[in-house]
Design a protein around this ligand. Sequence first.
Ligand SMILES: [Zn+2]
Length: 150
Amino acid sequence: MFGNIKQKVGQTGRDALQKTKNLVEENRINGLISEKESAEAILLRELGGAYYDKYSSSPSEIMEPEFAKLVQEISTVKAEIQIHKGQINKIRNIVICDACGIELPYDSLFCRKCGQKIVKSEIADEAAVLDAYGSRHWSVASSIQFNPRL
Ligand SMILES: [Zn+2]
């Protein structure tokens, strides 16, 4: 009878040990899955970036329609990011040199470092930027709030 109990305790111990080992192994494999998923996400992003770089300045007719739409949406978002950066620069009363990237006082006419003529992003320019990058995607473009005081 005692032998039987001893056997059962032994079995329970082995089961617990096996469960722990399984858990450790499961965590290890989950770690591998996470690593691979991160790598996959980075590669997909690189693939998208490479495709965008290759085709964003090409006529949309040479792309398959579903790609052309995505490329145009990315261009619109990029243009919007530029507009928002310009808005922040206006709030901070600075302008960034297109050529060398340094910060200058907002009323600068030329870059004091590289001599580049400074072109400010005014409201009219913001509209031009959106036109250039495809304001045809009006649902995204029209969601931008232009504040003339900025
Ligand atoms: Zn400069």
